[in-house]
Design a protein around this ligand. Sequence first.
Ligand SMILES: Nc1ncnc2c1ncn2[C@@H]1O[C@H](COP(=O)(O)OP(=O)(O)OP(=O)(O)O)[C@@H](O)[C@H]1O
Length: 248
Amino acid sequence: MQVLDLQAKELAKRFGSGAPVFSGLEFSITQGDCVALVGANGTGKSTLLRCCLGLIAPDAGEVSLLGEKLTDLGGAARRALRARTGLVGQKHNLVPRLSVLSNVIHGLLGRHSGPRYWMQGLAPAEARTAAMATLTKVGLADLALRRADQLSGGQSQRVAIARALVGNPRFLVADEPCASLDPQAGEEVMALFMSLVKREGVTVLFTSHNVQHALSYGDRILGLQGGRIAIDAASADVTPKEMAQLYA
Ligand SMILES: Nc1ncnc2c1ncn2[C@@H]1O[C@H](COP(=O)(O)OP(=O)(O)OP(=O)(O)O)[C@@H](O)[C@H]1O
């Protein structure tokens, strides 16, 4: 039986008195799927991602994430649900003065609170072990004790991926994970990210302005245009012309 990890029903969002960013959005994501959300600048991709994770509330409609209706959840249940999800943003948002290892340990903060889970020296051994294992997966174990502000862009984004993965999330959102990287680093980071999420069986919703990335890494394409979903199809069935029309 197919398990739906995300269901969006009749979602609508506007900011202030502005025009609706989107309205009437309906889609679902099956467990283990990797879905690319695409569309021109300003079509509402980031806004939609944030609604899906419960970081902002839609004006209408509802989101069910990992079987839980976001509107039904109180603070504690919402935090528990957030601990089962991960987010990789356009900017890596690492804490510059902390080590790589501490930044990754920070990814466990949703599960535990307090300084023990922030500073590598104080974090319990299991947190450090989990963070080191995840750093090994992204190929950065050697840099564990380096300060985050001494990393290249590609290395920083790998650390951000490790931070998102360290708690073994079941659902991951990635908002243009390669936006700040040169083409070569972007390719490497994307390939690494996708191989890890596939290996771990994580459900992924990612955005990208790189049409090739969307088509090759996404099992499915969700295309936003004019506040509506213009494409919802397996990536193998989406033609280059349909993709181009999204940006026309
Ligand atoms: N906090 C906010 N307050 C007011 N307007 C906002 C806010 N966040 C986003 N918007 C507006 O909502 C619209 C959608 O923005 P959003 O960032 O979701 O688009 P996007 O598709 O992710 O864009 P891009 O591809 O450029 O990253 C834009 O017109 C933007 O100006």
